[in-house]
Design a protein around this ligand. Structure first.
Ligand code: SF4
Ligand code: SF4
Length: 128
């Protein structure tokens, strides 16, 4: 049983967040395969950069139109929309934002752990 729990933990990845060390250079934004990265203060939509239509659930239980504009997550710094981030699963071996960030401020979020299966399903739901 202990071994099973350890394996389960190993399968979980952590979502990527941008910390307040961000210098607003913009290098990460074009690298994201899901268009999950936005400049501070910019409204975002689930549909932007993806191929979905209709409605989708975000924040766990909130159903929204995919083209409805949502409030910025940060007003001052670049931010990542968690419901659009797949941690690059299905596209790349490693998070591309973290790979290009010159100040290493795209980091794992220990409060948001998701399995590879969940991330792959998200990728499929964003790119129909
Ligand atoms: S980890 Fe990948 S999918 Fe997530 S924000 Fe960074 S570049 Fe985009
Ligand atoms: S690459 Fe890093 S420093 Fe530049 S905008 Fe993105 S998160 Fe901020």
């Amino acid at each position: 049983m202990v071994l099973l729990q350890q394996n389960l933990k190993l399968d979980l990845k952590m979502a990527i967040i941008i910390t307040d060390e961000c210098i607003n250079c913009g290098a990460c934004e074009p690298e994201c395969p899901n268009n999950a990265i936005y400049e501070g203060g910019v409204e975002w939509t689930m549909a932007e950069g993806n191929t979905i239509s209709g409605t989708i659930t975000i924040n766990g239980d909130q159903e929204v139109a995919v083209d409805a504009e949502q409030a910025p997550i940060s007003d001052d710094l670049y931010f990542i929309v968690p419901d659009k981030c797949t941690e690059c699963v299905g596209f790349h071996e490693e998070p591309q934002c973290a790979a290009v960030c010159p100040v290493d401020c795209c980091v794992d979020d220990p409060d948001r752990r998701e399995s590879e299966e969940v991330l792959l399903k998200r990728k499929e739901s964003l790119h129909l």
